[in-house]
Design a protein around this ligand. Structure first.
Ligand code: PEP
Length: 253
C-alpha cells in the first residue's frame, strides 16, 4: 500500500545516551501533536537498535530501521551484521544502497540485490536508495543512472515481493550539502521512477509504491516537496538529528 513515510537516517551520529534522548523527544512531540497518517521510521546506529525497538514496541506510528546490513546470510564476515540478526531483535526495515555505502564501501548493484532479497526473506522492508552524482545530473544522465540502479537491484523481484519495497530517490549532490532538488526536479524523477516500475510490474504495483525524497530536506522545504503527487515522504539525514526539525518535517504533509 502506498504510504506517507518520513524516515530519519542518523548515520554515524549520536552516542547512546543522546540517541535515547532524541527518541524520547520525538515520542513526546508526537504525543502532543500526532503524526496522523504519516509512518515515521527511525534509523539509528546499530548500537541503539535494540533499545529503540524496546522503547517503541507499543508505538504504532514509529518503526525502527537499520542503516545497512550485510549481503550474505551469515558466516565469516568480521564486524558485519546480518539481516537475520536485525530481524531477531525486532527491527522492521533496513536502508539499502545509501550513496555513502555505494561510494565509501564500494557496494555494487549486485550486492544490493542480495541485501534486498535477504531483507524480504526476513519480512523486513527494504528502503532502497538510488540517485545520481552531480556530473551525471549535469550530463543529463540522471534518468538512465537511476533506472539502471533500480533495474539491477530490484527488477528480479516478483510483483508480490516488490510490493514490500520502498524507494528513496536521493540525488547525491543534495545529500548533506544544503542543496536541494527543486520540488519540480523531485517530481520529475519520482514520476519517472513510478513509470519505470509500472512498465515492469503494472499500474497497481507502481501506484502502491512509496517513493521518498532525500537530500537536504528540512522544515523549510519539506512542505513544497511533499506536496508533489509522486513524492510520498522523505529520507532525512541532518534534520533528523533534531527532534523539533524532524517532527516539523513529519507535520509538513
Ligand atoms: C541522507 O543521507 O539520506 C540524507 C538525505 O541526508 P541529508 O538530509 O543530511 O542531506
Amino acid at each position: 500500500m502506498r504510504r506517507k513515510i518520513v524516515a530519519g537516517n542518523w548515520k554515524m551520529n549520536k552516542d547512546f545516551e543522546s540517541g535515547i534522548d532524541l527518541i524520547e523527544d520525538i515520542v513526546e512531540l508526537l504525543d502532543e501533536n500526532p503524526a496522523g497518517e504519516v509512518n515515521v521510521v527511525l534509523a539509528p546506529p546499530y548500537t541503539h537498535l535494540q533499545s529503540a525497538v524496546e522503547m517503541l514496541i507499543d508505538n504504532k506510528d514509529i518503526s525502527v530501521s537499520a542503516q545497512n546490513c550485510h549481503h550474505e546470510k551469515g558466516g565469516a564476515y568480521t564486524g558485519e551484521i546480518s539481516v537475520e540478526m536485525l530481524n531477531s531483535i525486532g527491527v522492521d526495515a533496513v536502508i539499502i544502497g545509501h550513496s555513502e555505502r555505494r561510494e565509501y564501501f564500494a557496494e555494487t548493484n549486485e550486492q544490493l540485490a542480495k541485501k534486498v532479497n535477504l531483507a524480504l526473506e526476513q519480512e523486513m522492508i527494504p528502503i532502497f536508495c538510488c540517485g545520481e552524482v552531480l556530473d551525471e545530473r549535469k550530463a543529463n544522465k540522471h534518468f538512465e543512472v537511476v533506472e539502471k540502479q533500480i533495474k539491477e537491484s530490484l527488477f528480479h523481484l516478483s510483483a508480490e515481493q516488490f510490493d514490500n519495497v520502498v524507494i528513496a530517490y536521493e540525488p547525491v549532490w543534495a545529500i548533506g550539502t544544503g542543496e536541494t532538488a527543486s520540488p519540480e526536479q523531485a517530481q520529475e524523477i519520482h514520476a519517472f521512477i513510478r513509470t519505470t516500475v509500472e512498465k515492469q510490474y503494472g499500474a497497481e504495483v507502481a501506484n502502491d509504491l512509496s517513493i521518498l525524497y532525500g537530500g537536504s530536506c528540512k522544515p523549510s522545504n519539506s512542505k513544497e516537496l511533499f506536496a508533489k503527487p509522486d513524492v510520498d515522504g522523505g529520507l532525512i539525514g541532518g534534520a533528523a538529528l533534531n527532534a523539533q526539525d524532524f517532527v516539523a518535517i513529519i507535520h509538513s504533509f
